[in-house]
Write a protein that binds this ligand. Structure first.
Ligand code: ADP
Ligand code: MG
Length: 243
């Protein structure tokens, strides 16, 4: 029951966040990591999140990704109120509806690319043959099918990030969240990865991507800017098209 999708989406937005607030208590201090953020993101958008270090970008992404809970405010994902969910239900939303990509790839070093990509489907209860088939298709979608047997150390940084993207996509999520996905990559490789995100977005997946590189942000159609935990800018732009 906990893992069932929510009621049909009553609005056009995939993400609706209202007055979202997250404070960290550090002894006598309170860090206002996120303060009263209200924003709606329609299905199919490609959004870049920018702002200085410490401005609340990762806190915002962790809340969108159901990795953390807010102290105040509301979050609806695809019409479903996330605030009321149990921890198990949150884990199910994370596993089935959201894909994550991080700066550090977070691949298991002793597992092959294929095994890394198969992993989220273990938690989702997919049988072995089907896991293999879907993982190979996901590797194909990122151009790495022929590297399926390689371990992370046998792959370049860009290839490792593509494996991580395949892993994020393998349960066919609604939403892809990427926190500084090009932060560990050189410029040419960053552009390859952003081109991949654009192609995936054209096929329909909603993407929210944190970056502090304007070079990367210009490929998104919308730009959210954070400062001191607040959303201080929200603008649409004509995205650059990657080759
Ligand atoms: N787990 C935590 N405990 C205490 N403070 C935190 C924690 N995570 C983040 N913060 C603080 O919250 C603020 C926002 O952090 P973060 O969302 O990571 O910013 P960004 O991703 O924009 O660099 C910063 O001041 C940071 O130090
Ligand atoms: Mg961060």
């Amino acid at each position: 029951m906990a893992s069932e999708p929510g009621p049909p989406n009553s609005s056009s937005s995939l993400i609706e966040v209202r007055n979202l607030t997250r404070h960290y208590r550090m002894g006598p201090q309170t860090v206002h990591a996120l303060e009263d953020v209200t924003v709606a993101i329609p299905r199919g958008e490609f959004v870049a999140v920018m702002g200085p270090s410490g401005s609340g970008k990762s806190t915002f992404m962790n809340l969108l990704g159901c990795l953390d809970r807010p102290d105040a405010g509301r979050y609806q994902l695809d019409g479903q109120d996330i605030g009321g969910l149990s921890s198990d239900a949150l884990a199910a939303v994370r596993n089935r509806r959201i894909g994550f990509v991080f700066q550090s790839f977070n691949l298991l070093p002793r597992q092959s690319a294929l095994e890394n990509v198969m992993l989220p489907m273990v938690y989702a209860g997919v049988g072995h043959a089907r896991r293999m088939e879907r993982a190979l298709a996901a590797l194909e979608a990122v151009g790495l099918r022929e590297r399926a047997a390689h371990r992370p150390t046998q792959l370049s940084g860009g290839q490792q990030q593509r494996v991580a993207i395949a892993r994020a996509l393998v349960n066919d999520p609604l939403l892809l969240l990427a926190d500084e996905p090009t932060g560990a990559l050189d410029t040419a490789t960053s552009l390859e990865i952003i081109g991949l995100f654009q192609r995936l977005n054209r096929r329909g997946i909603t993407i929210v991507l944190v970056t502090h590189e304007p070079e990367v942000a210009r490929f998104a159609a919308r730009l959210l800017q954070f400062r001191d935990g607040r959303l201080i800018g929200d603008s649409n732009q004509e995205p650059e098209v990657a080759a």
